[in-house]
Design a protein around this ligand. Structure first.
Ligand SMILES: [Zn+2]
Length: 141
């Protein structure tokens, strides 16, 4: 896995997210969800493919981003107003650091940056992904 895709859940609580991802009818999953209070839940092993990016393409042209990416969901309403609290950001930084120790990650992208066709997804709305990339200078886009 050489890419991390960041999402916002739209669902308002961690409990709703866990229920949604464990329902086979949903046909969606991500590897991790981070709650507003910093709680991290893992849904899928990092080595396994999860279903979070949908139809997608990287800026280097690669498609089917699920095949080579880890999906991290941030509990957030994705309305562009709901904040991403500091405990959630702290857990995200910690989780990324630990993933980078296990996986050869070179890209961290927002879902809206890789979703196809462009404009299909807005998440994580109001989240400054460039700032996160800036913390880890080895990352490209
Ligand atoms: Zn998403």
């Amino acid at each position: 896995m050489d890419t991390v895709v960041l999402h916002a859940t739209v669902l308002d609580t961690l409990d709703e997210v866990v229920a949604h991802f464990s329902n086979p009818i949903s046909e969606v999953s991500a590897h991790y969800t981070i709650d507003r209070d910093g709680t991290v839940v893992q849904h899928v092993l990092e080595e396994k493919r999860a279903w979070h990016a949908g139809q997608s393409q990287m800026s280097d042209g690669r498609i089917n981003v699920n095949d080579f990416s880890i999906g991290i969901e941030l509990v957030n309403r994705n309305d562009g107003v709901d904040p991403y609290p500091e405990p959630q950001m702290e857990s995200l930084r910690e989780l990324l650091r630990s993933i980078f120790g296990r996986q050869p990650v070179r890209h961290v992208v927002a879902h809206h940056e890789c979703a196809q066709p462009p404009g299909r997804k807005s998440d994580p709305a109001g989240f400054d992904v460039a700032r996160v990339r800036g913390l880890f200078p080895f990352l490209g886009v």
